[in-house]
Ligand binder design. Structure first.
Ligand code: TXA
Ligand code: MG
Length: 547
């Protein structure tokens, strides 16, 4: 099937109306986002909407009407508050949930005894409903889980070859979906913020409450008032983290993280040029309205930046901005960093003798939700070509420590410090503080991701001073003979080489004196994992569900 994009001239509107009346599924514009429409009274057509979108069967659709009278057969009764809301905000981006009429029996409501109805204001949407001669059930016209479409091209990107046609009504004016409210007597519950603001609702109804799922993550077994709130939504594959703070703080944080990670940013108009990382702009700062129109387009492009993580500016939270905040929170899986009071996470220092089994413990800690900070890797990063640290080393040791391409000649530097304790001290005085700074930056990175904790994995944890960043230090030790055998096998060393390395290490007593706990690895791998688990449990370093 080839998907045709139609321009909204009268004969195309008549054509699309006819197709809908005959049971087709069609992409249509509305003032909020594009919808995937079908005749609400035609159960088979409605079921096709679910399959085209890949939408879960228990997530009900919104019925779109073009005249107030079309509502009557759908609902039990039209309460005074529902009428008042319709008078105030229809046609427009407000969806009203009311008890449904028993005669309206369709997959639209996904088995609920309520039905969600709205009258869109987009002239093309209204003309299509009129041409079809029936109310249209329509969710947003995206593949389930992807940000809603705000242009006909977005719909085409998602649904090409899955539907016969799309009506092009231009770019959506509002940019985020309608506000969904449920009406109960004289009170209103806001199920989803959208184009009609909380302030506007309060001007019509005194008793408005906000449903729990709007700004909080609901756990799997919590009852949801609006089934759509429990699904992962608007979510790019790349993690998005919202940074709450001033633009200056945002820039400092992003640039710090960009030293070690491949990061991108979602910022407001005009801010991109002040950042040294790739950006997407999503509207004017402090204008919820403008942020709403740019949000979904930006979210749709996040993955194409090919980054490890995207940091987003905090939207304006008032007016339509509240809806933008609600959508972005979901895109970010509720990860928000308060730049004025960053969350502290547990930091475990992990060290020990070579061949003792530190890596096994480290892998296990990652399974428990700890972020791995590999200090050996940071030690290499810190002296990369062009770094300040490398420049400082050249000042101290001369140009001879450089390769022809300007990178560090490790062998040359190694020879210099191997025989000269003062030179080694000078080297450490330059590199260690720089490594510690990078570790600090990695701890902040992990906390932004919402990790349970971070592991500072360093053979020279104490020597570098990185132990001072840790809440506790765990050391892994084993008998000399066992370690000798393990590193002979692991690194392909001779007995003599391995013994030499083993004897150059701190002894068990040293680790006992300096650590919060010592993990012995004189048995099998399973024994080690069990011992580590015991110690983590004792020290309350395990997430609850791992205990
Ligand atoms: O702006 C919009 O509302 C767009 C355009 C196309 O009109 N439509 C839209 O539909 O966003 P959709 O399916 O993506 O979102 C409908 C939301 C879902 O969160 C759903 O759970 C909720 O409305 N909903 C529908 N019927 C409901 C009901 N009976 N009770 C509670 N929530 C309901
Ligand atoms: Mg949707």
């Amino acid at each position: 099937m080839i998907t045709t994009i139609y321009q909204p001239i009268p004969e195309n509107i008549a054509l699309v109306g006819k197709r809908l009346a005959e049971g087709d599924v069609v992409g249509i514009p509305t003032e909020t986002v594009y919808g995937l429409a079908a005749d609400a009274w035609n159960d088979e057509a409605v079921r096709r909407i679910f399959s085209v979108k890949g939408r879960p069967q228990d997530n009900p659709l919104i019925v779109h009407i073009s005249a107030f009278d079309q509502m009557k057969p759908l609902v039990k009764e039209i309460t005074p508050l529902a009428r008042k809301l319709a008078n105030a905000f229809w046609p427009g981006p407000l969806t009203i949930v009311q008890p449904k009429n028993d005669a309206f029996c369709s997959s639209v409501t996904a088995g609920l005894d309520t039905v969600a109805i709205r009258m869109p204001s987009h002239p093309v949407a209204r003309a299509i409903i009129e041409a079809a001669g029936t109310p249209l059930a329509a969710p947003s016209a995206n593949i389930s889980g992807i940000p809603s479409p705000t242009t006909a091209d977005h719909v085409y990107d998602d649904l090409n070859a899955r539907i016969a046609c799309i009506m092009d009504g231009g770019e959506c004016e509002v940019g985020v979906e309608s506000t969904v409210v449920s009406v109960d007597g004289d009170s209103l519950t806001l199920l989803r913020p959208g184009g009609i603001t909380l302030e506007q609702l309060k001007s019509v109804c005194e008793d408005v409450s906000v449903a729990k799922g709007v700004l909080e993550h609901l756990s799997d077994n919590e009852k949801v008032l609006s089934p759509g709130m429990k699904y992962r939504h608007y979510a790019p594959k790349v993690p998005v983290i919202i940074l709450d703070g001033s633009f200056e703080q945002f820039v400092a944080y992003v640039h710090e993280q960009a030293k070690l990670h491949d990061v991108g940013a979602m910022v407001f108009s005009g801010e991109g040029e002040k950042l040294r990382v790739p950006v997407l702009e999503y509207g004017a700062s402090n204008s919820g309205k403008s942020e709403a129109t740019g949000l979904f387009s930006a979210l749709r492009r996040v993955d194409s930046l090919n980054k490890e993580v995207i940091y987003a500016r905090m939207p304006a939270k008032d007016g339509v901005g509240f809806a933008v905040y609600n959508r972005l929170l979901r895109a970010a899986a509720f990860h928000v960093v308060d730049l004025n009071a960053p969350k502290k996470i547990r930091v475990i220092g992990l060290t020990g003798q070579t061949g003792a089994g530190k890596s096994t413990v480290c892998e296990k800690l990652q399974d428990y939700g700890y972020y791995h900070i590999n200090c050996d890797k940071l030690a290499r990063t810190v002296v990369e070509k062009g770094s300040d640290t490398l420049a400082a080393l050249v000042d101290a040791f001369g140009e001879d420590i450089l390769l022809d391409d300007g990178g560090l000649n490790r062998r040359a530097l190694g020879t210099l410090v191997f025989t000269d304790p003062l030179a080694l001290q000078a080297l450490n005085a330059i590199t260690h503080p720089a490594i510690v700074k990078l570790i600090e930056s990695e701890i902040i990175y992990a906390s932004g991701f919402g990790c349970f904790g971070a592991i500072v994995d360093a053979p020279t944890l104490f020597e570098s001073g990185a132990d001072r960043l840790c809440d506790t230090v765990l050391s892994v030790v084993a008998e000399n003979s066992l370690r000798t055998n393990r590193i002979m096998e692991r690194d392909g060393l001779t007995q003599a080489e391995a013994e030499h390395r083993v004897s150059a290490q701190h002894d068990e007593q040293f680790y006992k004196d300096h650590s919060g706990a010592v993990i012995y690895n004189n048995g099998s791998k399973e024994d080690l994992i069990q011992a580590a688990w015991q110690i983590l449990k004792q020290q309350q370093l395990l997430p609850e569900d791992m205990e």
